[in-house]
Design a binder for this molecule. Structure first.
Ligand SMILES: [Fe+2]
Length: 325
């Protein structure tokens, strides 16, 4: 698999400055002045992870997928061109703007601008979070995951799986249709939700400590309409999270405890228990689907559906004793 992580995301905003408070005081990212009304945001040692550009619409501008090196990038370019999609080798000026060594661009079947790059620059100074969080879980797992609404799910699936080489994690039919893909150990870096429109559904960022998410939830509860999906835990990637409404219309999922998979030994399956083990009341769903989702949660409760929490060194303590069964 040549593409190995979601490296950066370009966001469109009518008022980029609206992202300033949202991304720093709430999410805990570090704002960098990129000049020209553009707002760049750091999440780790990279120069930038999110780029918010002035636009006459709210949404996304581009998705930056990372390859290991120039050979990986060239391999992706060949595969995309062979599929009949035009590929542009972007000039050095754009690579400099993105803080990467080299990039190409093309358009996916849903009309999204996709960039593939290698050689992301590391900042000279350490990441300084916009509020007191432990940090974001990125590294080889990439910046998080992107979930898109798409009108032509079959075409989009074929493109990302067969042309770009994304691995299928699983799919869901009820209470809404969705398909999840991985490009590294993160359970999904990309997913699509069948819809009557194309657009961004949500961007997920994962924090290193559970309490970072709890503090974010407290902050969000104090801001009118900021919480878009209540606290809950996902049944596929085991992420404990809630979703916030971003200034660009789509949701930003703030999560902790995402599961890692072994892509070499993974068998896709149908997620039959709904998207969440518990919680995650989705205001964005039409009433019948929202009611179906709620019934699935009650069924999960009746069956006692549960999964172990997923921890990393430094964010847990093992106590004596054992969970029965
Ligand atoms: Fe998500």
């Amino acid at each position: 698999m040549s593409i190995r992580a979601l490296g950066y995301v370009g966001i469109a905003a009518k008022t980029p400055q609206d992202w300033s408070e949202f991304a720093t005081s709430f999410l805990g990212m570090q704002q960098i002045d990129a000049g020209g009304g553009t707002l760049a945001l750091r999440m780790d040692d990279r120069r930038q992870r999110l780029i918010v550009e002035q636009a006459d619409y709210d949404g996304t501008r581009f998705f930056g997928w990372e390859t290991a090196d120039a050979a990986g990038l060239a391999a992706v370019a060949v595969r995309v061109e062979t599929s009949g999609v035009a590929v542009k080798r972007e000039p050095q000026a754009l690579a400099d703007q993105r803080h990467v060594r080299e990039l190409i661009s093309f358009t996916d079947p849903a009309g999204n601008r996709v960039e593939v790059f290698h050689g992301a620059a590391i900042a000279a100074d350490a990441f300084r979070p916009g509020r007191a969080i432990s940090g974001f879980r990125t590294g080889p797992l990439g910046l998080g995951h992107a979930v898109l609404f798409v009108r032509k799910p079959d075409e989009v699936k074929t493109f990302y799986r067969d042309v770009l080489g994304f691995g299928l994690s699983e799919y869901m039919i009820e209470p809404f249709r969705a398909t999840f893909f991985h490009v590294n150990g993160r359970h999904h870096s990309f997913a699509i939700v069948d819809s009557d429109r194309d657009g961004m559904h949500h961007l997920m960022v994962e924090m290193c400590a559970l309490d970072d998410v709890g503090h974010a939830y407290d902050i969000a509860l104090g801001i009118k309409d900021r919480v878009g999906v209540t606290l809950g835990r996902h049944a596929n990637d085991y992420m404990l999270s809630f979703y916030s409404r971003s200034p660009s219309g789509f949701l930003v999922e703030c999560g902790w405890g995402g599961r890692e998979i072994d892509p070499a030994n993974w068998t896709p399956y149908e997620l039959g228990v709904g998207p969440s083990i518990w919680g995650h009341d989705r205001e964005w769903l039409p009433p019948p689907a929202r009611a179906a989702a709620r019934q699935m949660l009650l069924d999960n409760a009746a069956q006692g559906l549960r999964h172990p929490v997923q921890v990393v060194d430094g964010n847990y303590t093992v106590m004596p004793g054992r969970v029965p069964g």
